[in-house]
Design a protein around this ligand. Structure first.
Ligand code: SF4
Ligand code: SF4
Ligand code: SF4
Length: 349
């Protein structure tokens, strides 16, 4: 009897032990899956998005790196920056040659100036095509200062404006028209200079004579026009602003407009207006490095996260899985970072 009376209690205890054992195992399994605190902190800080932000900031400063030489005024530092400045080739971004503190020039900016001087931009084009066919428009996504400023203007806003596909398609055409006008004027100017008939044309074109895109080029406005103005250094020198001309104020308003609109419409200047971006896209479409989707992981019928986060508003799901041949992709890898199924991969082909 004593034995019979003990049996149910023992069973209960055994069952309790088993269930707590199972819970412990479950928890242990969960702990195994969950990365440690240190790994989680490192993962949160050093992900690809953070890396891109860091690279963008470094290049934003570095593109005007000569300013450090100007500040320190040390001969050796100046000589060092000068040597670096001369060694860096032009890159497929927008950055004007005349920027007083500029270290890197944009391929398109250089090309415009060479064409309008009657020089065929052989080396500029060669270096540009080489970079774009290998790396795609990675410089637009990671280096270009105007791309960076737009990205940072967008950052605080979580509800972006996305035009309908047809509207987006039409707006994207504008940058091609801008390209044709700008390059057409540069070639015309170059031919006039070669034939010695440039004076009248220079007088007519005025500020558009050497590089017709410059008056609207945010990089030119910020790094040349504004950098060359007399800046107020305190309340007592605020009156310096009164010496800025009307054209300068219009240009400053334009740059402000570009950044304010970017708050709602990511990279709208890149998508619709930048002639350089359009030109770079001609060579980057079939680049060796690109984006692809893993068909075993991608669930395009129930998910569109990659398209929502794409700053270039690309309809990623419409492209073949193996390689996304889009002239607009700037390899920012936002789609890759956000894809819930880890379906986006870098492809080399
Ligand atoms: S498209 Fe955008 S990122 Fe590319 S060169 Fe133009 S402004 Fe820069
Ligand atoms: S977010 Fe990922 S899973 Fe979703 S459609 Fe894009 S690639 Fe496919
Ligand atoms: S497709 Fe991906 S990598 Fe390309 S621009 Fe869009 S988010 Fe960036």
């Amino acid at each position: 009897m004593a034995k019979d009376a003990e049996t149910p209690g023992t069973e209960k205890e055994e069952n309790r032990d088993k269930s707590s054992e199972a819970e412990t195992k479950r928890a242990e399994r969960a702990m195994e899956k969950r990365p440690g605190l240190a790994r989680r902190v490192v993962g949160a800080v050093f992900n690809i998005r953070m890396l891109r932000r860091v690279v963008q900031i470094l290049f934003l400063l570095g593109i005007n790196g000569y300013i450090f030489a100007a500040w320190w005024g040390n001969e050796q530092i100046t000589a060092f920056w000068e040597s670096v400045r001369n060694a860096i080739p032009t890159l497929p971004i927008i950055a004007p040659l005349e920027a007083p503190f500029g270290m890197i020039a944009g391929s398109f900016d250089t090309m415009q100036r060479e064409l309008s001087s009657g020089i065929f931009p052989f080396f500029t084009l060669g270096a540009m095509i080489l970079i774009l066919t290998v790396l795609g428009r990675v410089a637009c996504g990671w280096i270009c200062p105007i791309g960076t400023l737009q990205d940072f203007a967008t950052l605080p806003n979580r509800s972006k404006v996305r035009p309908a596909p047809n509207t987006e398609r039409e707006l994207r055409r504008v940058k091609a028209y801008v390209f044709v006008i700008v390059v057409g004027l540069a070639v015309w100017m170059g031919l006039s200079r070669l034939t010695g008939t440039a004076e009248d044309l220079e007088a007519v074109l005025g500020m558009f004579a050497n590089a017709a895109f410059d008056p609207f080029n945010p990089a030119y406005i910020i790094f040349v026009v504004m950098a060359n103005q007399v800046w107020p250094t305190g309340l007592d020198t605020l009156w310096y602003l009164s010496v800025w001309g009307t054209v300068v104020w219009l240009q400053v308003i334009f740059v402000t407009f570009v950044l304010v609109v970017s708050f709602w419409v990511p990279r709208w200047f890149c998508r619709w207006l930048c002639p350089a971006g359009w030109f770079y896209g001609l060579f980057s479409r079939d680049a060796l490095i690109g984006i692809g989707r893993n068909p075993a992981r991608c669930t395009p019928d129930t998910c569109n996260v990659c398209e929502v986060v794409c700053p270039m508003n690309i309809q990623i799901r419409k492209f073949p899985y193996d390689h996304m041949y889009s002239a607009d992709c700037i390899l920012c890898l936002e789609c890759m970072s956000h894809c819930p199924n880890k379906a986006i991969e870098l492809r080399f082909s």
